[in-house]
Ligand binder design. Sequence first.
Ligand SMILES: NC(=O)c1ccc[n+]([C@@H]2O[C@H](COP(=O)([O-])OP(=O)(O)OC[C@H]3O[C@@H](n4cnc5c(N)ncnc54)[C@H](O)[C@@H]3O)[C@@H](O)[C@H]2O)c1
Length: 280
Amino acid sequence: MNDTQLIGKTCFLTGAGTGLARAMALGLSDAGATVIVADIDEAGLDETVTMAKGRPGNLHKYVLDVRDQAQCEAAVANTIRDHGSLDVLVNCAGLGPVYMRRNFVADPLPFWEADTEKWWTMIAVNLRGPFLLSRAAAPHMIARKWGRIVNITTSFSTMIRAGNMPYGQTKAALEAGSASWAGDLAGTGVTVNVLIPGGAADTGMIPLEAMPDRSKLVPPQAMAAPIRFLASTASDGVTGQRFVAQHFDPAHPLSAPGCAPVAWPDLAAGASRGLGEDKR
Ligand SMILES: NC(=O)c1ccc[n+]([C@@H]2O[C@H](COP(=O)([O-])OP(=O)(O)OC[C@H]3O[C@@H](n4cnc5c(N)ncnc54)[C@H](O)[C@@H]3O)[C@@H](O)[C@H]2O)c1
């Protein structure tokens, strides 16, 4: 089997009714994977399935609200029942700053004006959803001694930008969680990595009025090559890494600036020294 050929692999992507996850789903399908496209937006999923027609892999839609624990657990169980395994989980569903305030670029939202219910909803989609799905899928992957969890976070500058809460906070927490989960899963054959576009991407998350010149945005298709690498056996043993799609080089997949240790590498080194040993 060619390392980039994904025949026999079952990949489950959230947020695949549009945007980055749709582009990744089509890229995985091109490599022959069985792809489960999940989203709360069924009409979007239907479009994704239509776009995949004629490609080598099989695409199946799965309507899912990642905020709901029972739905997440059922999604993992049903995927394993219907397709034999769940090999690759891509946590991509997300709500962006536009959810908190439509014109967030021209009129940034200070935290004291943030709607508290929307704050919780964003935490639930961007942070709890990836936890619920990963929690449900990990035991199955560990038992098979092979699996992939790929979390879509964002650029570090976006995590701490003013007027960007709680979006940046959810992504910083998922970034930290990715480093921590990679440690939990060390030696199991199951890897955890982060993938980001490497700049604002041309999706609905960046509204037209915020960025009228779309040529400056990262094309969603840039996500296809790194996710194919991560889903393949070529990335066996690669864990705790952060991939930047815009800089990813398929010929040198582990080279900077397309790949670097996940999260805050200095801190990760401290964490590996054990509790109480990091004095910074
Ligand atoms: N677009 C960018 O510039 C950019 C940059 C860095 C990171 N990201 C991240 O990439 C991911 C995908 O972003 P995108 O640009 O494709 O955004 P998008 O808005 O185009 O797509 C997000 C998808 O998530 C789905 N979703 C929302 N709530 C859901 C829920 N409760 N359950 C299931 N699905 C739900 C939406 O229906 C939508 O299809 C997000 O996590 C985002 O934070 C995006």
